[in-house]
Design a protein around this ligand. Sequence first.
Ligand code: F6P
Length: 352
Amino acid sequence: MTTKKRIAMLTSGGDAPGLNAVIRAAVKSGESLGYEMLGIEDGFEGLIGTPRYRVLTDVDVKELLNRGGTILRTTNRGHFNGPRVVGQPDDPYLQAYNNIMGMGLTGLITIGGEGTQTIALALANMGAPVIGVPKTIDNDLAGTDRTFGFDTALQVATDALDRLHTTAASHNRVMVLEVMGRHVGWIALHCGIGGGADVILIPEIPFDINKIAEHVTARDKAGNQFTMIVAAEGAFPRGGKPIYGDNGRLGGVGQMVAEQIQALTGKESRCVVLGHLQRGGTPTPYDRILSTRFGAAAVRALHEGITGEMVALSAQDITTVPMIEAVSHLKTIRPHSDLVRTAKGVGTIFGD
Ligand code: F6P
C-alpha cells in the first residue's frame, strides 16, 4: 500500500470526445503534485463489489490528447439507474461509498454529464470526497457555460449539414438532419446557424408542421427549390410529446417530419440521423483545450481541499460550482435568446 496521497477518476454516461484529454490532464497534474493517480473502470460500475481500478502514470496517458473515447471505458446508467433507495439490498450507492472510502482517496473525479453528477452528488451527501468534470455533447449541464464534447459534436453535425446541402440542391429535395441533444436543442441550434439551415426544430420551441410546410412552399415559389431542416432528437410538435422509437430510445422526429412535409408539399424529402457519429472520433482543438483545463482544475481543487463541487467554465475562466447547481435543472435554450433571434433574423424558422 503506497504512502502517497491518492486521487481516483472515472468516466461515466455517454462517451464524448475529450474524455481521454481530461484523464491525461488529471494524471499529469496529479503526478506533478505528488499524488498516485487511479483510474476506475467502466464508470461507477467499477465501484460495485470488489473495486476495479488501476494506477495511471504519465506512461499510460501518452498519445491520449487527441484520442476519442475513454481508456477507462464508461457505463450509461447500469446499477445507478435511479435515485438511491436507502436500505435496499446490495445498495449500489453504499457499495460505491464504502469502496471510495476504503481506497483512502483524497478525492474522486467524476467525469460525466447530468446523470453522472447526480450520482456524484448523492455520494458527496454520504460524505465521499468527489469533484465533478462536466462532460456531454448535449451541453445541457447547468452551472457551466460549456461542457466538453459539444464542440466536436457540433463540428460533425455542421459538416454533415454542409454535405446534405449539396445533395438537396442537386435534387430539389427537402433534407432533414436529426442530431443528438437529448431534451435540449444546443447542437441543432448551433449547427443550424453554422450550416445555414432553413428550419431548426428544438425541444424548447414545439413546432407546427403546417408552418414548416408553408415555408417550404414559399421557398419553392421564390425559386429556392430545396430546404434544409435540422431537427434535435428531442424536438416535438406543438401539443405533442418527444418521439421515441420501438426500442424505447429517443429519436424518430426527423423521419416523421420528412414524411409529413412530403405529404403536405409533394416535395421529395429524406432524413439522415447522425446518431453516435457525434460522439466518436478525435476531439476538436477547442474540446482538447477545455478538457485539459477541466482535468487540471479538478486536481487543483482536490489539492486545495475543495469537494462536493464541479469544475465549470464561466465566460473565460475555469471555476468550481456547487454540484447541486449543476444537477438541479437542465440548461435549456431561452426561446427569446440572442441565438434564436439571430437565426430568425437571417430567415430561419422554428415552426412556431
Ligand atoms: O447524452 C448524450 C447522448 O448522446 C444523447 O445526446 C443521446 O440521446 C444519448 O446520449 C444516447 O444514449 P446511448 O448512447 O445510451 O444510446
